[in-house]
Ligand binder design. Structure first.
Ligand SMILES: C[S@@+](CC[C@H](N)C(=O)[O-])C[C@H]1O[C@@H](n2cnc3c(N)ncnc32)[C@H](O)[C@@H]1O
Length: 265
């Protein structure tokens, strides 16, 4: 957790009007509040409030790369149109007809998969252990909740800034309602040809580095999910934790490994 924070050098405001917001977030994340008049060092990651919301910027040798989670942008809207209930993710989750499982997305990231599932009608709980990403997600969810075209989708998304293992232990050991499905999307290893990697993935790798290459709580998830655990993998990758799934839904570049659980469908 501390390592992730250290990779983000602070919170900045693009204009003096946004400074109070930046200061408030800096306090919340226990990060420095950066002076908007001071130039930012090269090879630095920071959060920046701009008039259209919160961005993460990577000052990459004089070429800043920026990204904002924006559920109204094309990146997310495309997900409303492509595939519907026939797409691999929907099949793997177990969406059938009007049956919409409840999903715990234990590795929320930029919430593209959560948004897809919520747009199909699933209630989705999102867990993100990077406090920086969780802050970006919280701000994006809040902003999108005022957009009447997607407000109903956003209302199906509940975010917790927490490590999945901690949350799964809490669900396993308490008399709490359990999700039908736990979804895990571990980071793919960084690709060599950086130009081919989309800018948001470059920034994600900068932010999380090797912190994300860790054992994923597949076995624990299987004690919590009432129906199935779904793991997204690169098409050719080995099984997560060397555990063979019940079946696979195979796509062009990735696949979904489905582990049916005890109280299964
Ligand atoms: C590949 S990204 C997920 C992308 C996401 N499916 C999407 O559609 O945008 C993996 C994310 O999982 C988060 N993560 C990794 N381990 C975690 C854990 N134990 N608990 C919560 N989040 C975790 C990482 O911080 C990262 O943001």
């Amino acid at each position: 957790m501390i390592a992730i924070k250290n990779r983000c050098s602070g919170v900045r405001a693009e204009s003096p009007l946004l400074q109070p917001l930046a200061k408030q977030l800096a306090i919340q994340l226990k990060l420095p509040s950066l002076d908007p008049d001071q130039p930012v060092e090269s090879d630095t990651l920071y959060l920046q409030y701009q008039p259209d919301g919160l961005h993460i910027i990577w000052e990459n040798r004089g070429k800043p790369l920026g990204f904002q989670i924006d559920f109204t942008s094309g990146l997310y809207r495309r997900r409303l149109q492509t595939g519907g209930k026939n797409q691999g993710l929907a099949k793997a989750i177990g969406i059938k007809g009007n049956h919409m499982p409840t999903v715990l997305d234990a590795t929320a990231g930029f919430a593209r998969d959560s948004f897809t599932l919520a747009s199909l009608g699933c209630e989705v709980t999102l867990l993100e252990r990077s406090p920086i990403l969780a802050a970006m997600l919280a701000e994006a969810i809040d902003r999108a909740s005022y957009d009447h075209e997607i407000a109903d989708i956003i209302a199906r998304m509940t975010l917790h800034s927490i490590d999945a293992e901690e949350y799964l232990h809490y669900l396993a050991s308490n008399n709490q309602p359990k999700p039908d499905v736990v979804y895990l999307d571990p980071m793919f290893p960084e690709r060599r040809k950086k130009a081919l990697v989309k800018k948001e993935m470059q920034i994600l790798h900068q932010l999380l580095g090797n912190d994300d290459h860790q054992p994923y709580p597949l076995e624990l998830a299987m004690t919590v999910a009432t129906h199935r655990v779904v793991v997204k993998r690169p098409r050719q990758a080995e099984d997560l934790n060397e555990k063979k799934p019940s079946f696979r839904v195979i796509g062009k570049s990735s696949r979904y490994d489905v582990y049916l659980t005890e109280i299964s469908d």
